[in-house]
Design a protein around this ligand. Structure first.
Ligand SMILES: Cc1ncc(COP(=O)(O)O)c(C=O)c1O
Length: 424
């Protein structure tokens, strides 16, 4: 019989195989200092492009003050227990009301974490007779939520409406046989490559097929739409999104998440979400701090305007310098290249060590095999000089990349250190 631990040691996984090579630098890097456009990494200052702190609220003095005051008053644990048992407070309900108003829905419900919340939401929305149809490039929390589903599921090609329609036809057939319904799930913004989900086009299919739509708008909330209410507002189809989800981990510079939708459905979810029923209530500093963040989103439109000014400068600058940033139509700024993960790390190291630029590097399994993606997240806090320094750095690495310099370095490194990795 196989020993599970032996198998794990022999096959640490697609990322795990790089643990000795990259831990602490490329994977699990340790940044220091206050979160902002300039942070400390391994003893030097870097221009930091890896935080989803779109609106720069992580370090907003009013946010820091609200969090600190709430922590001083309530501690980090209050309220004890799950919402359903002993963890409901007026402030939780107030934040839910204000969130619902902000995203123009009847009702909202708080979640402790986006990831678990989404898994549980999918679990609670469908029965074994229902069919799920979801975008192939969906975030892991959607994929894992679908895994819990005991009935049929179909994926459609990323943002491909013909493929969605084909799968809706298959799903309709199955649902007619089982007596179930159909749940379509997608993202408002695909966080790696920055494309908006085609929410309006999906909603238009409701005239031909019967389904309900769940949208994960983690990156759209606070950044898209006239008021920042997200992808539904941006694409003018908010009323057609049946269940809206976003995390606080991005524009809201916090933790936790929420769902919004029709009163009856949110009430059903409140009573049926296992990630909430069986887990402690969101703590007071995050609830009171959440009210402050939301107030800033509503009352300071200039912050979002500055974010988009920076997005425009960074994205057009990269394009002018010959970089492929794909078809992003959001703040997420991917720089896409072909190459191996080791080549990607050498390029990233060059950027960090020789130019003082810190970006995240993303490889398979987060994105397709053979692709390297450097992801830059502009925020409202970045300055012109930080954007210009970054563009100059990218100009610096461009020639090396094109001439195959990093590829040569990879060969040397692997030979020198006797390393070998499985091709991914
Ligand atoms: C699209 C998307 N959904 C869900 C999550 C998970 O949210 P949380 O960090 O609150 O668990 C993330 C990442 O934060 C995300 O990018």
């Amino acid at each position: 019989m196989l020993d599970i631990f032996e198998r794990i040691k022999e096959n640490p996984g697609p990322l795990g195989q790089f643990a000795d090579y990259g831990e602490g630098y490329f994977i699990f890097p340790r940044l220091e200092g206050p979160i902002g456009p300039r942070m400390q990494f391994q003893g030097r200052e870097v221009i930091f492009w890896s935080a989803n702190d779109y609106l720069g609220l992580c370090n907003h003095p009013e946010v820091i003050e609200a969090d600190a005051k709430a922590a001083a008053e309530y501690g980090m644990f209050y309220p004890m227990g799950a919402r359903a048992m002993s963890g409901e407070t007026d402030q939780h309900l107030q934040l839910e009301r204000e969130l619902a108003d902000f995203v123009q829905k009847e009702s909202a419900y708080l979640l402790n974490f986006g990831y678990q919340g989404m898994v549980s939401t999918i679990d609670a929305l469908v029965s074994r007779n229902d069919v799920i149809v979801y975008d192939m490039d969906s975030h892991a929390c959607i994929v894992d939520g679908v895994r819990l589903h005991a009935g049929k599921r179909f994926t459609y090609k990323h943002n491909d409406m013909a493929s969605l329609e084909k799968n809706l036809q298959r799903a309709t057939k199955v649902a007619e046989e089982t007596g179930g319904g159909i749940l379509v799930i997608t993202e408002g913004v695909f966080g790696m490559r920055g494309q908006q989900g085609k929410i309006k086009e999906i909603c238009e299919l409701k005239s031909k097929y019967q389904f309900r739509l769940l949208v994960d708008d983690a990156h759209g909330f606070g950044t898209l739409g006239k008021t920042g209410a997200g992808v539904g507002e941006e694409q003018d189809c908010n009323d057609q999104i049946d269940v809206y989800f976003s995390t606080f981990a991005k524009s809201m510079a916090g933790f936790g998440a929420f769902l919004a939708g029709d009163k009856d459905i949110i009430r059903y979810l409140k009573f049926n979400l296992r990630s909430q029923i069986f887990a402690k209530s969101l703590t007071m500093p995050m609830v009171i701090g959440g009210l402050k963040r939301l107030e800033l989103l509503r009352s300071r439109p200039e912050i979002k305007a500055k974010l988009w000014e920076n997005v425009e400068k960074l994205q057009s600058g990269l394009k002018e310098r010959g970089f492929n940033i794909g078809d992003t139509n959001t703040c997420v700024t991917p720089v896409m290249m072909q190459g191996t993960p080791v080549e990607a790390t050498l390029l990233v190291k060059d950027l960090r060590e020789n130019y003082g630029i810190f970006t995240s590097v993303v490889v398979y399994p987060v994105i397709p095999k053979g692709m390297i993606l450097l992801r830059l997240i502009p925020t409202a806090s970045h300055t012109d000089s930080e954007i210009n320094e970054t563009l100059a750095a990218f100009e610096g690495i461009h020639d090396k990349l094109v001439s195959g310099y990093y590829k040569e370095q990879e060969q040397l490194l692997l030979q020198e250190q006797g390393l070998s990795f499985k091709p991914i």
